[in-house]
Design a protein around this ligand. Structure first.
Ligand SMILES: O=C(O)CCC(=O)C(=O)O
Ligand SMILES: [Fe+2]
Length: 212
């Protein structure tokens, strides 16, 4: 069944912001953005991605990240992430088609995509903001979900206000600038989830940031 796209766009209420209360996060959630056929083509393609599970340093100790990932992008769009240097692999066909669709329909400019694969609900991503210096100033980030439904949490850095979203296969979450400056997000463990989820986050990097 193809769900009709439903769009949630919380408005920014400046008076509420001034009072520091109940601040709306600048995001747009488009449920059912991808058709079933588009989801299936991407899912099939993702089976051949060269996912890996790098180790990162946390408080001086090496840990494998609790998910696997791969980074695709234009030439020169390499990414430094939690102390790792990730060179961009060339765009796969359907990931690139999705990049073009986002550019056409949402004017979302991106030159790279981080793909995260969560085997089941044991795998997760901790609280963070996508605020690495190579991310182009004032750019939006688009997140597309395939496979298992998972909760996605947002937390305001100062007020600690939390917003919980449930992301389903085919959904698009646009994280608008300046969300990364004021909010963190995470994908918590959900032990009841037995299915795999694959997530694409399309980003705009400053090209050759690490070469100059
Ligand atoms: O899997 C998700 O929905 C979150 C991914 C994410 O936050 C990231 O790649 O930075
Ligand atoms: Fe993120």
């Amino acid at each position: 069944m193809i769900k009709e796209a439903r769009v949630y766009q919380p408005s920014l209420d400046l008076e509420e912001q001034a009072q520091g209360a109940n601040i709306s996060a600048p995001f747009t959630l488009v449920e059912g953005y991808l058709s079933l056929a588009q989801q299936q083509a991407l899912w099939q393609e993702s089976m051949d991605y060269p996912f890996n599970r790098p180790h990162i340093q946390i408080f001086g100790k090496q840990h494998a990240i609790p998910r696997s990932q791969v980074w695709f992008g234009d030439k020169g769009c390499d990414y430094r992430y939690s102390g790792l240097f990730i060179e961009a692999l060339p765009w796969p066909k359907y990931a690139q088609r999705l990049q073009e669709k986002l550019a056409r329909e949402w004017r979302l400019t991106s030159n790279g995509v981080l793909v995260n694969r969560y085997q089941d609900g044991q795998e997760s991503m901790g609280w963070h903001s996508d605020d690495e210096p190579e991310i182009a100033p004032q750019s939006d980030i688009a997140s597309v979900t395939l496979g298992a439904s998972r909760d996605f949490l947002l937390r305001h850095k100062q007020t600690k206000q939390k917003i919980s979203l449930s992301l389903h296969s085919g959904d698009l979450l646009l994280m608008h600038w300046p969300m990364q400056a004021y909010w963190q997000h995470c994908l918590p463990k959900r032990l009841g989830v037995k299915q795999t989820r694959v997530n694409y986050t399309f980003r705009q990097l400053t090209p050759h940031f690490h070469q100059c």
